[in-house]
Design a protein around this ligand. Sequence first.
Ligand code: ATP
Ligand code: FE2
Length: 328
Amino acid sequence: MITLGIESTAHTLGVGIADSEDERIITANVIDMYRPLQGGLHPREAANHHAENVASDIEKALTEAKISINDVDLIAFSMGPGLGPCLKTSATAARALSHRLKIPIMGVNHCIAHIEIGRVLQGCDDPALLYASGGNTQIIAFSEGRYRIFGETEDIGIGNMFDKLGRELGLGFYAGPKIEELAREGKEFLDIPYSVKGMDVSFSGVMTAALALYEKGHRLEDVAMSVQETVFAMLTEVTERAMAHTGKNEVLLGGGVVQNQRLREMVQEMAEARGAEMFVPDRRLCMDNGAMIAWLGHIMYDSGVRMEISETAVRQRFRTDEVEVTWR
Ligand code: ATP
Ligand code: FE2
C-alpha cells in the first residue's frame, strides 16, 4: 500500500511517501522550509509559502519514489497541533487529492507521527518520546491504549525560546544551531533559573534571565552554554522521571532541537545510567516531515480507521491523548 503524506503544521512543508511493500518503507521525503527574511515566523506568510509550493513538492516526491500519482492508495496529512493557516494548506491539498483520485484520506496527529516513525525505522518497541521542537516540548509515552503526555512546557516550546533569544541577541532566525556553536566555547557557568514544576517545565524565565546576563556584560558564549546546560538538564530530568514512572527502558528523540549534540549526550548518559537505550532517527526524520505523516496514516488505515472528508477539520490544539491507538 502506498501512502502520500503532507505535513504543514508550522514553517516546514513536507511531502513524503510510505510504501508498506518496500523494505525501506519511506520512498520519498521532500522537505521545503519557509524561512522568514526577517523577524520570526508569520503564520500567514508561511501558509502562503506552503500553498505556492505544495503541488510542485508533491511532484518532486512522486519523482523521488519513482511512481505516478495514480499509484497512491491513501492520502494522509497533519491535522494538528499547529498553526491554523499552515495546517489548512495541507488539509486542503489532501482533500482535493482524495476527492480527485477517489482514494481515502486520513488526518493524523503530528506528535504521534514523530513516535511511530522512530518505532518503525529505529527498531525501538515501546519508547518514551522526548519531543523537543520549535513549537512543542513534551514527553510522551504509551499507556492504557493512548499516547499520553507525561510532561510538557507550560509556556513556549524550547526551540522557540532559542529562536526568540537568538533574535534578541542578534543571532538571526533559527538560532538553535548558532547557540549550540557558541555554547561549545562557554567557560563560566552562570545562574539561570531551573524551572521544573512536577513533570512540567517552563522557559520564559530562562530567556529573561539570559538576556539580563548578557546586558550585564557576560560573554555570549557563557550565556549560551549556561542556557543550554540548564534547559537540557530540565528536559533530561523530566524524561527520566517519565521513564521511571511508566517503566520504559527506551527513549526516543524527536523534533528539530534534538539535533543538538549536548542534549543527546545528556539524555544518553541518563539512559545508560538506568540501563535504558536511546534512539535518534536521521535528521530528516527528526525534523518536521511528510514521511512520518504518511507512515502514521498507513498504520491507522491498516488498523481499520476510516475518515470522511467532513471529519478532516484541522485542530490547532490536537492533543496526543485524544487519539485512540488502534494499531498497537
Ligand atoms: P513543530 O511544529 O514540531 O513544533 P518546528 O517546525 O517548530 O516544529 P522543527 O523543524 O522540529 O520545529 O525544529 C526547529 C527548531 O529546532 C528551531 O527552533 C531551531 O532553532 C531548533 N534547532 C535546530 N537545530 C538545533 C540545535 N542544534 N540546537 C538547538 N536547537 C536547534
Ligand atoms: Fe514536529
